[in-house]
Design a protein around this ligand. Sequence first.
Ligand SMILES: [Cu+2]
Length: 532
Amino acid sequence: MLVQHSPLPNHSDAAVAGQNSRSRVNPLSRRRFLEAALAAAAVPILPGAGRAAAYPGKRLVAGTRMIEVHGRPAKVFGLTGPDGSPGIRLAAGERFRVDLVNEAGTRTIVHWHGQLPPWTQDGFPWPESPPIANGAVQAYDYAPISGTYWMHSHQDMQEQSLMTAPLIVHDAAELRDDRQEVVLMLHDFTFRTPEEVLAGLTGTTPATVQAMARKMEEAPARTVSSNAAHASMSSIAADVPDMGMSGMDMPAMAMSGPDGMRMDLNDVRYDAFLANDRTLADPEIVHVERGSRIRLRIINGASSSQFWVDLGDLVGRVVATDGQPVHAVAGSRFPIAMAQRLDILIDLPEVGAFPILARLEGDGRQTGIVLATTGARIPRIAESAQTAPPVDNSLEARLSAVEPLRARHADVVRTIALAGGMKPYAWSMNGEYWPQVTPLMLAKGQRVEIDLVNRTMMAHPMHLHGHAFQVIAIDGRPIQGAVRDTVLVMPMGRVRIAFDANNPGRWPFHCHNLYHQATGMMTEFRYQGIAT
Ligand SMILES: [Cu+2]
């Protein structure tokens, strides 16, 4: 198919120099050219902002918008798709062909969380795939995997300011099942800037936080062997005297875990919790047919909060976690860690209003939406309820993948220790703080097993880019668990994951608590032969 294109404003970059004018306006040849370029070397896929504007992808705008929280206006970021709603929805079999237009007023880069694109399209600010300047456009084109995914900025702490959106990829089987799709995206919200929040946690100032962030950007993923000055946030946290701000964000609650162990929850005291950008003071009401069959896609897009999903009197069946099918698990209350997703099938009773709530762990505060048939009376739902227990791996232990990894021996087995604490506020992996880390080197074709050992009193939701891993043991007990991209490691707990090294590149592996990541809890898995 040939598409009519407007004139291309900028052909100056080297990547295009070899192409004739016909291939520049033919999306297929241009794409083949880009794929060839990617295969040959770590060429940034998207050579120039101007040219990308002529590329026939779905238009996704990274911008700013106003929302209202508890009657107060707040300026936040947003990722708005071609139909004006947040994010991207793809039909069964459709490629992820997206033009990301940066109108955010600052540079950004967006990560397609859980998807398995070539590494230079993953949306992480490596030197080889730098952030997109304000006003620029970047094109993406890869074969997506189906399921419930999401997207979020991986630049600075933009994720906390709601640079997040759903990424839903349909498949043919779902269409045949003919269910009404309801997407529920969760957020934690504060009127403070993320820099103010981090300054509060680390006992420093927002200006220091910003200066450190700039330094870290100048030296992304330096290895420990480099003689660069140690510039991580953690060192600052240790060096700077307490400025009297650190009391703002101590754990809101210390709770006893299952073994009576004290654990820390909720580093940040948030102003509100959002479900599709709204609070329970004015929740989204989703119209459903009487007796409707629902596929609920829940995304925990919060930066530092975990929830218990509460279906009330309804019974749902979890059929996918992190977009990947699992054998159905029935229930009414399910834990969801940061960055995780749950697909829950619900067959509604005839008529009525059905709140779908998410309650903050260790706290009574909640958010949610209401499914309602025509004419149903919408109940008023309090923003606080009974205190919820800590989110745990009770569901994880019951999950089993519909398509598990093929059984084989592991070529690489590594233990990664998760360490850190609240004072000083800094978090590490194997004793290293991002960006001063030693990459774990992998070779294509290897089966890799990672034992995650948590030596802290907080749970850490660990996320691997570019690969789907299987959970194969929890606290030493082997399971044939879920295939997913984010797994929670409980305080003093241990989780073993396995994956096939089948996507060469540089891949971040990090805690998805934004403030843990920002203070060091991130490392790199790098394939041999990837030049840097
Ligand atoms: Cu963490």
